[in-house]
Design a protein around this ligand. Structure first.
Ligand code: HDE
Length: 717
């Protein structure tokens, strides 16, 4: 984040105007400025108390004799323990588990026709951002790879103030009205009597609620799909979900939906991997994000917008204000408008990632809200929650939350105030401090914020619009847009989750009242898997949808076509064919993949020609689930060793079962024989790296060997 400028270069300080700035005061101000942004590096510094007193002994409490009672007067020990006792702050009520990174955003071209927002005018301008990804249900210490929505919250530090785009990796939400949010969250959170389950929706209260509330149908389809178990945070899409507005300098307002499209493509774990990773590496997603950024392999997304003219607001078969609906990309294409690059890890998790406070109400001139009743409720909630979580209304002064542009107003005091205000007047209008800080007129010259003057007419009413009444047609659209493997996974996910629901009546209700209204095959297959009688048919008359399917919804159509940033394990053991290892490494690195040598243990391995290879990890420490593909390089001694090593055999079997590409070079084909595995379009057998690397790379780029799935189910692992 760029250094926060405390003083506005274009506007004099109030104290300067009042003629009260003495040399001492100026000196003091310079010192205050130099404290920003309060980063602390203790290298070469003495250990001190918080009052700056140097500490001579950080090992022992002050005691009356060396075996006597401790003394209350030990201000050093008391200060240290007191601070420690207060180290924890309340975690976020939702989205508690998260990880974040700094980056930059750059527009592709001026978007002046669409919006007057300054950060979208000039393609040469880099806007700093801080982006936090999260899961929703689990607490701060829960696993990364649980089946859940991923939060995708972006803070743009623009020259006109902070703009937060607080979205998810799914384009719709569970409920239509903010009034239902506490009910929904109580239902999905661990059950209140025993606080089970952690990080999962596979329990009675969640399915009780969603089976009673049909507006959840569409979003639950998304959470039962592969979107809910991403391999990597760099491989998720992001969505603003609600309809927003963009307003240009001429005052023209248009509706927009925001999209983030990952340059890495969109791809997911398989469910068995996700579950195993939750135990073997609960930090799987945050670790990869951290390591990618450390290695200079920066994740990138394109920001896109779907734009709807005001006049077209009512031209869809759904309501633009209903957050359980997408605008299919086939109806309104996503226009790319800029690129986000994450290029710097935070210095300190707590100070930055834990304390960052996002808010959909943080907008800048040129962006405005729609009347989506979920968004409207969020505009209240996000400040309210920070008051508790961050201990008062001054959370905007925490370095990670401070705008990079000047900010001045007459708000004063409260807990943890950092700013030392000068001048006497903390009210407006005033004459004592020259009237500063003053209002700024809206428009291109001033840049003061002006809400869009939407015309509103009608009665005050507590009601849901009839136009929000269709809950199933887009759930059906989503289902119809899935490939065969994706449909299979959705059925399996419903079966897994509902299979954990203890009350039969809830399982039956979900099948008969929800799934039967989405698709008969989905409903009957799930019913069969969870011991529920086949449904007799839809209970709600189907609404004809203008679109039968939307190819943009299937992850199969969202791959990048490359293997850049993919992780590949080369299994090595004593006697391995060193030339095959080197050739394969070269071929994969040339495509931007990340390659690790994995051996039975962390000890160095001798190749067939006596060359010493140092493994990056052991087979137990970095199991196949941590990789996208596996290479078996051959070498007769190495193959013999692996054929008698259960961990090595399990490695290959598991990669096969998880539909990964496996390159089998030279003698390594004996391992396939030992495991009774046949070559297929992803198990690529050849005498050397050159013979298979092309097909291997192509198979990895397809992400999984879906054609193997039925066969792989019979394989134990
Ligand atoms: Fe949130 N949400 N939310 N939400 N949300 C929070 O704010 C809330 C909703 C989202 O990385 C909380 O600072 C209400 C939709 C993300 O720090 C809280 C409603 C979407 C994050 C809150 C919604 C989101 C949050 C908890 C319905 C996708 C994590 C801690 C009216 C568009 C941000 C906090 C981060 C966090 C309230 C619905 C996304 C309690 C009341 C829809 C990504 O204020």
């Amino acid at each position: 984040m760029a250094k926060q400028s405390k003083s506005n270069p274009t506007q004099p300080r109030p104290s300067e105007l009042a003629g009260t700035d003495t040399p001492d005061r100026q000196n003091h101000n310079a010192k205050l400025d130099s404290l920003e942004p309060l980063r602390s590096d203790a290298t070469g510094e003495a250990l001190t108390t918080n009052q700056g007193v140097k500490i001579a002994d950080n090992q022992n409490t002050l005691k009356a004799t060396d075996r006597g009672p401790s003394l209350l007067e030990d201000f050093i020990m008391r200060e240290k323990i007191t601070h420690f006792d207060h180290e924890r702050i309340p975690e976020r009520i939702v989205h508690a588990r998260g990880t974040a990174a700094h980056g930059v955003f750059q527009a592709y071209a001026s978007q002046a026709e669409l919006t007057k927002a300054a950060f979208l005018q000039d393609p040469a301008k880099e806007t700093p951002v801080y982006v936090r990804f999260s899961t929703v249900q689990g607490p701060r210490g829960s696993a990364d790879t649980v089946r859940d929505v991923r939060g995708f919250a972006v803070k743009f530090y623009t020259e006109e103030g902070n703009f937060d785009l607080v979205g998810n990796n799914m384009p719709v939400f569970f409920i239509q009205d903010a009034m239902k949010f506490p009910d929904f969250v109580h239902a999905v959170k661990p059950e209140p009597h025993n606080e089970i389950p952690t990080g999962a929706s596979a329990h009675d209260t969640f399915w009780d609620f969603v089976s009673l509330v049909p507006e959840t149908a569409h979003m639950v389809m998304w959470t039962m799909s592969d979107r809910a178990i991403p391999v990597s945070l760099r491989a998720i899409q992001g969505f603003g979900v609600h309809t927003f507005r963009m307003i240009n300098a001429a005052g023209t307002s248009r509706f927009v939906k925001f999209h983030w499209k990952p340059l890495s493509g969109v791809y997911s774990l398989v469910w068995d991997e996700a579950q195993k990773l939750a135990g073997k590496d609960p930090d799987f997603n945050r670790r990869a994000l951290w390591e990618d950024i450390e290695s200079g392999d920066y994740p990138q997304w394109e920001l896109g917008v779907q734009v709807v003219e005001e006049a077209d607001e009512h031209s869809f078969d759904f309501d633009l204000l209903d957050p359980t609906k997408i605008i299919p990309e086939e109806l309104v294409p996503v226009q790319p408008i800029g690129k986000l690059t994450l290029n710097r890890n935070p210095d300190n998790f707590f100070a930055e990632t834990e304390q960052v406070a996002f808010h959909p109400g943080h907008i800048v001139p040129g962006i405005d809200f729609s009347n989506d009743p979920l968004l409207q409720g969020r505009l209240f909630s996000y400040t309210d929650t920070q008051l508790l979580r961050l201990g008062g209304p001054n959370f905007h002064e925490i370095p990670i939350n401070r705008p990079i542009c000047p900010f001045h107003n007459n708000q004063r005091d409260a807990f943890h105030r950092q700013t030392i205000h000068q001048g006497r007047a903390s009210y407006e209008p005033n004459s004592i401090d020259g009237g500063w800080p003053k209002e700024t007129p809206p428009g291109p010259v001033g840049g003061g914020f002006e809400s869009y003057a939407e015309r509103i007419e009608g009665h005050k009413i507590r009601n849901r619009s009839e136009s929000f009444g269709d809950h199933f047609s887009q759930a059906t659209l989503f289902w119809n847009s899935m490939s065969a493997p994706e449909k299979e996974h959705i059925i399996e996910a419903y079966a897994f989750e509902l299979g954990k629901v203890e009350r039969m009546a809830i399982r039956e209700r979900e099948v008969n009242e929800i799934l039967a209204n989405i698709d008969p095959l989905l409903a009957s297959q799930v019913a069969a898997a969870i011991g529920v009688a086949p449904p007799t048919g839809a209970t709600v008359p189907g609404k004809p949808s203008s679109l039968k399917e939307s190819p943009a919804l299937s992850q199969m159509n969202l791959l990048s076509g490359t293997i850049k940033s993919r992780k590949i394990a080369i299994l090595i053991a004593n006697g391995v064919d060193g030339a095959a290892v080197a050739d394969m490494q070269t071929a994969l690195l040339a495509e931007g993949a990340k390659v690790k040598l994995i051996a039975p243990s962390a000890s160095p391995v001798g190749s067939a020609t006596g060359q010493l290879l140092t493994p990056d990890g052991s087979m137990a420490g970095l199991p196949s689930i941590a990789f996208d593909a596996v290479v078996l390089p051959g070498g007769s001694d190495a193959v013999r060793l692996m054929a008698t090593n259960g961990t090595a055999l399990h490695y290959v079997l598991e990669a096969y079962k998880h539909l990964k590409a496996i390159a089998v070079l030279g003698d390594a084909k004996d391992l396939l024989t030992a495991l009774h595995l046949d070559p297929d379009e992803g198990v690529l057998v050849g005498s050397n790296a050159a013979a298979v690397s092309g097909d291997f790379i192509a198979a990895i780029a397809k992400h999984r060997v879906w054609a193997r799935e039925a066969k792989a189910k019979a394989v134990p692992a």
